[in-house]
Design a protein around this ligand. Structure first.
Ligand code: T3D
Length: 264
């Protein structure tokens, strides 16, 4: 069952990564973490990769940590700080820092760290049948993988507390109306919509998009003054990029731009 915990498919200009432990709703094991991080590193190293699509095999997106691994030690209590530090935090940091957009296609339930890993992606599309569950409180844990950071910023303090402390499933349409995700789409349209989005990103000005990711993340902690300075510097860098030159030329010539997606 765990021989290929993730599947990687090349597309024109982007990669599709599928979490592939459907019998366990794609819950994370160490092997899956290692395979996913290796796939992300490979995508980052490939300068032709201009977007990433993350989804789950079967009826779920991801159920967070595989809890059967947590019984294995018997009476010995696991050091969860160690696994968070070794696996989950580097994963979230990597998703945020990838120099191209990351799209999550949430095909079914996203629970525990699985929900927050979806929220760490740049654009979250979810099937109407999908739901988001901050399952942690049910087993005495705190939302991790950025949950306590993403939730209040995306849905506000009151809803963040409700989601985190009650651990009730939030259906995709409500997640959209609360601003937790970009869009809920019909179940049978999910992958088509997500692939269309990635194809669009695959011909977009990748360097500029990477600066947008960085700027929006920085705005979470910057004062306006610092953010204005940051925008000035990012705009300076974008202004030197070949895709900006092409964008302006194409606009003036009234044609579709042909962006190279060069990263710097
Ligand atoms: O440990 C550390 O390193 C710290 C890090 C923690 C990060 C975390 O993510 S902690 C939170 C862990 N996740 C959960 O607590 C969620 C557990 N799962 C559920 O609550 C439910 O399965 C769902 C709400 C996600 C879906 O419910 P439902 O009714 O649609 O499906 P199900 O029947 O519960 O699950 C289907 C199968 O997947 C089932 O196996 P079976 O009975 O068919 O053999 C179930 O046991 C298995 N499964 C689902 N989630 C997990 C899992 N097996 C292991 N670990 C799971 N997380």
């Amino acid at each position: 069952m765990d021989e290929t915990p993730i599947l990687v498919e090349q597309r024109a200009g982007y990669r599709l990564i599928t979490l592939n432990r459907p019998q366990r709703l794609n819950a994370f094991t160490e092997a899956m973490h290692r395979a996913l991080m290796a796939a992300l590193a490979e995508a980052e190293a490939d300068t032709n990769c201009r977007a990433l699509l993350l989804t789950g095999a079967g009826r779920g997106f991801c159920a967070g940590q595989d809890l059967s691994d947590r019984l294995a030690g018997g009476d010995q209590r696991p050091d969860l700080g160690a696994t968070i530090g070794t696996f989950y935090n580097p994963l979230v940091r990597k998703l945020r820092a990838l120099p191209f957009p990351v799209v999550a296609a949430v095909n079914g339930v996203a629970a525990g760290a699985g929900a927050n890993i979806a929220l760490a992606c740049d654009i979250v599309l979810a099937a109407r049948g999908a739901s988001f569950v901050q399952a942690f409180a049910r087993i005495g844990l705190v939302p991790d993988s950025g949950g306590t950071w993403f939730l209040p910023r995306l849905v506000g303090a009151a809803r963040a507390r409700g989601l985190a402390m009650l651990a009730e499933p939030l259906p995709a349409e409500k997640a959209e109306s609360w601003g937790l995700i970009w869009k809920a789409v019909d179940d049978d349209k999910l992958m088509g919509e997500a692939e269309k989005l990635c194809a669009q990103f695959a011909s977009a000005p990748t360097f500029g998009l990477a600066q947008i990711k960085g700027a929006l993340d920085a705005s979470e902690t910057n004062e306006l003054d610092a953010q204005l300075d940051l925008e000035r510097e990012l705009q300076r860098a974008c202004g030197f990029s070949p895709d900006y030159a092409e964008g302006v030329r194409a606009f003036m010539e009234k044609r579709v731009p042909n962006f190279t997606g060069r990263r710097g």
